[in-house]
Design a protein around this ligand. Structure first.
Ligand SMILES: *[C@@H]1O[C@H](CO)[C@@H](O)[C@H](O)[C@H]1NC(C)=O
Ligand SMILES: *[C@@H]1O[C@H](CO)[C@@H](O)[C@H](O)[C@H]1NC(C)=O
Ligand SMILES: [Zn+2]
Length: 487
């Protein structure tokens, strides 16, 4: 498919991490204790049942986007009605402004008592790519609960987040425990295509027109990884504070022979492995402390073992995507003539490279003047959001992760290897973090945009707990320091 959705979060992230810092940073630690007692961590049995039932209901509405301009509009409208029904408190509270943007997307503004604190934004999309037709154990939008899991083609990407944000807000309102920092929730259409982001973009434009500046944004794009690294006992977390770039093109009509040669040349010569030019190395060194011999020795001594580790990382499609710009080709017939073809190349651009740099490298690899390149749409890798001690968003996410998921020892920054809607919001803040607070095993990771996507009931509860605590923890006077982090 030409515009395969890659937010994917999924893909994302994974393992991780393109660069790292010291996870033991003490950022906001001093305030953790005094706040702990306010955190509404415990849910009643009825609340837990309500949580999973509302997610199931949401999953059963097939909000499928087939392309940037093509969606099931009946389902999109039905979804809007559904949130009115299941979150009555959110929708009837006077200090929460709800507006529908661009027909189907929703923006909630939770206006709290202290206007001196910059607001933050929670971002999610409720549309979903069409599920593969074959291979499902149960129908893709069943919302069935089996063995502690809820099945459905958007349970991990991204209705889980949509529902977790609203559920957390609903429960906080019922407890009359709303924080002083204002925040927005954007539930937008648009992750579908690497180049669209329709609803999300409209919401960004709207916020910009109102002069809003945000302390930080949380979007999808990374997880708590459990069982991804052999011998690593505890799950670890990557908070993606950057995102790969993307370019697509050229839709040029050319003779079959020339294009086939170009593709074969590109397939044989992948773009360079950038391992080491980015700080994925620092993340691996950090994880080394949790790994047994000899992996720990190898990872601590990357100066010696870098070539070995680098080759190892290339062998897995996810880790390969972390170390280089990856490429996907689509070729199709140019109309009726069977002697010419249109080729489209999609690049997901490594954070250490640029659209222009990748184009030049590609031309060099193809080395044929007859092949003309034409970039249809492109954006460079995202700027790196701050992750130092003063980075409010990063530190709050780290601290909340370690409070809700106590078995996580390592939290590192990293890169999202797909694309998310947060790229439309770069004018509003320098602090953009992609993290869903979902504990995921490799099988779950592979299911995103694939078959048998499902979320465990426990993960769904933990996500609500995480966002409740995050909203509470954000209630700090500490202001983010506005600066661009330099590597
Ligand atoms: C569109 O959504 C409606 C429900 O909202 C559903 O009944 C219908 O089957 C969906 N159509 C497609 C093509 O998925
Ligand atoms: C950011 O602001 C500039 C200047 O107003 C504008 O041209 C640009 O389109 C905005 N970018 C996004 C992603 O909204
Ligand atoms: Zn997504």
């Amino acid at each position: 498919m030409a515009q395969k959705h890659v937010c994917v979060v999924a893909l994302a992230a994974v393992l991780l991490l393109l660069f790292a810092t010291d996870c033991r940073s003490m950022g906001l630690r001093s305030q953790e204790h005094q706040r702990a007692s306010r955190i509404p961590s415990q849910f009643s049995k009825e609340e837990r049942v309500a949580m999973k039932e509302t997610l199931k209901g949401a999953v059963q509405i097939p909000t499928v986007s087939f392309g940037p301009e093509e969606s099931n509009s009946t389902a999109l409208a039905e979804f809007g009605e559904y949130i009115y029904k299941v979150f009555p408190t959110v929708l009837s509270t006077s200090f929460i402004q709800h507006e529908v943007v661009g027909e189907y997307s929703h923006l909630f503004a939770v206006l709290s008592s202290d206007p001196s604190l910059q607001p933050c934004l929670l971002l999610a999309h409720f549309d979903v790519v069409p599920a593969p037709a074959e291979g499902w154990e149960v129908p893709p939008f069943s919302g069935l609960e089996r063995d502690g899991f809820i099945d459905g083609g958007d349970t991990l990407d991204d209705k889980n987040s949509v529902m977790a944000f609203l559920q957390a807000l609903e429960l906080l309102l019922i407890r009359n425990d709303i924080a002083r920092r204002s925040f927005f929730i954007s539930l937008a259409l648009g992750s579908m295509s690497a180049s669209s982001g329709v609803g999300a973009q409209k919401i960004s434009v709207l916020l910009q027109s109102r002069g809003v500046q945000l302390a930080f944004i949380v979007d999808e794009g990374s997880f708590i990884f459990d069982g991804f690294i052999p011998d690593l006992k505890n799950p670890f977390t990557t908070i993606a504070n950057s995102e790969k770039g993307h370019s697509s093109g050229p839709p040029k009509e050319m003779s079959i022979g020339i294009l086939e040669a170009a593709v074969s040349q590109l397939e044989q010569t992948p773009l360079p492995n950038m391992f080491g030019s980015w700080t994925l190395t620092a993340t691996l060194e950090q994880l080394a402390h949790e790994l047994p011999f000899p992996t720990n020795i190898i990872l601590i001594n990357l100066w010696l073992f870098k070539p070995l580790v680098s080759r190892y990382l290339e062998r897995n499609y996810v880790t390969n995507a972390m170390v280089r710009t990856t490429t996907a080709f689509t070729m199709f017939n140019a109309g009726v003539k069977v002697t010419s073809l249109v080729l489209s190349i999609n690049f997901w651009i490594h954070s250490a490279q640029t659209v222009q740099g990748v184009l030049e490298l590609t031309k060099k690899i193809v080395a044929d003047d007859r092949v003309q390149f034409h970039v249809l749409s492109a954006f460079d890798p995202h700027p790196i959001s701050p992750y130092d001690d003063k980075a409010l968003g990063y530190q709050l996410l780290r601290q909340t992760t370690q409070s809700v998921f106590q078995e996580v020892n390592t939290v590192t920054p990293g890169t999202c290897i797909g694309n998310t809607d947060s790229r439309h919001f770069t004018n509003l803040t320098t602090g953009i973090y992609r993290f869903s607070a979902i504990q995921l095993q490799p099988e779950g990771f592979r299911s995103i945009h694939g078959i048998n996507e499902k979320i465990s009931v426990q993960a769904c509860e933990n996500q609500v707990k995480f966002f409740s605590e995050l909203i509470q923890n954000a209630d700090t006077d500490k202001e983010p320091v506005s600066h661009q982090h330099k590597l």
